[in-house]
Design a protein around this ligand. Structure first.
Ligand code: KG4
Ligand code: ZN
Length: 339
């Protein structure tokens, strides 16, 4: 008998639905929200309203693309947290109503765990894909999180290092804001960085253990821009590519240096990256270079599964389904859910 899981993601500003059949992702629909671009960040109230508009057409399209009927679905997996309360509420309420209507079980999924479990999605048209084996290390870098996670099993994960202030994605987004670029700035900083050289040197913070800090870098960039614009009002426009390359190079070196330390400390050579920032070209290139030097086997998700998506929720739901790990209709969102 087939095991068909519908995954639903609505933790931030992407409404997404995906169908997983017997551990294979057969559809993954992502509806983004452009409304936040003018505000320099996600506006929670606007995000939940757009989720409400998008959730039904998104789920509908995911079911059509999967070439199934909703009656074929065996369970609904949804993001319970962490995330924005209003956004989560839309996905959780929809999942509960859908499961109730079809009399099928509900599966709660932790969004950060799901980013890591995206490594168990086989890329399209790939045969003999190699998945990570346990234990492996995963650098989880998104707009809300920056963690090094020791992944011991599908749902047994330990955070061995994390940011003490801003997340890496936030560092990209706040830099973009200082440079006058719209939200989300990460992809734009990446785009300009590829055209420039890291000629400006920003100091690497000296943070203990496997932890990170990005708030000092943000302040350094703010002062750097302020001082240079004072003497040359066109400084930003004339040097955008090199500034982006310099900032990106520093963020990447902070991440990679801690990852190297973690790998050594835990004697692990299987290294993965996950979350929105894992789409970054500099980080992907640096990881590949380090893999050569350190004999690492690295795992980098397809772009589609780096930023928020429901395929990662559906695959996490599939593994929970195999464990009969269900929740009741009394479940509610958990904005501060731990890994
Ligand atoms: O995982 P995600 O989609 O949402 C959260 O759970 O936060 O990550 C979004 C973050 C944003 O900060 C965005 O700027 C960043 O990922 N991001 C990037 C790139 N693509 C997305 N940062 C740097 N380079 C990129 N190419
Ligand atoms: Zn995310």
């Amino acid at each position: 008998m087939s095991q068909i899981i519908l995954g639903i993601e609505s933790s931030c500003d992407e409404t997404s639905a995906s169908v997983c059949i017997n551990g294979k992702i057969v559809s993954n629909i992502i509806a983004g929200q452009t409304i936040h671009q003018n505000y320099g960040g996600v506006v929670p109230e606007l995000a939940s309203r757009v989720h409400q508009q998008n959730i039904i057409p998104t789920v509908h399209q995911a079911i059509i693309d999967a070439k199934i009927s909703k009656k074929d679905i065996n369970a609904v997996a949804f993001t319970r947290g962490p995330g924005l309360l209003g956004s989560l509420l839309v996905g959780v309420s929809f999942a509960k109503a859908f499961a109730l209507g079809l009399n099928i079980p509900l599966i709660e999924v932790n969004h950060v765990q799901a980013h890591i479990l995206a490594h168990f999605i086989a890329p399209k048209n790939s045969q003999n894909h190699i998945f990570p084996t346990f234990p492996f290390l995963c650098l989880t870098v998104s707009g809300g999180h920056t963690q090094i996670v020791l992944v011991k099993n599908y749902f047994d994960m330990e955070i061995i290092g994390q940011t003490l202030d801003d997340a890496a994605g936030e560092a990209f987004d706040k830099t973009a804001k200082i440079l006058g670029l719209p939200y989300p700035g990460g992809p734009l900083v990446d785009k300009y960085a590829q055209l420039g050289q890291p000629v400006y040197k920003f100091t690497e913070p000296n943070i203990a253990d496997l932890n990170f800090s990005f708030s000092g870098l943000k302040t350094a960039i703010l002062y750097f821009v302020r001082d240079n614009v004072k003497t040359n009002p066109n400084f930003l426009a004339q040097n955008m590519n090199n500034i982006c390359a310099s900032v990106q190079s520093r963020i990447v070196s902070i991440l990679i240096n801690k990852l190297k330390k973690a790998a050594k400390l835990h004697n692990i050579t299987q290294i993965a990256i996950a979350g929105g920032v894992s789409a970054n070209s500099g980080l992907r290139a640096a990881l590949k270079a380090e893999a050569q030097i350190n004999n690492w086997q690295t795992f980098i998700p397809d772009f589609e599964y780096c930023t928020d998506n429901a395929a990662m929720i559906a695959i996490a739901g599939y593994y929970k389904y195999l464990n009969n790990d269900f929740v009741g209709q009394d479940i509610s969102p958990m904005p501060r859910m731990a890994i």
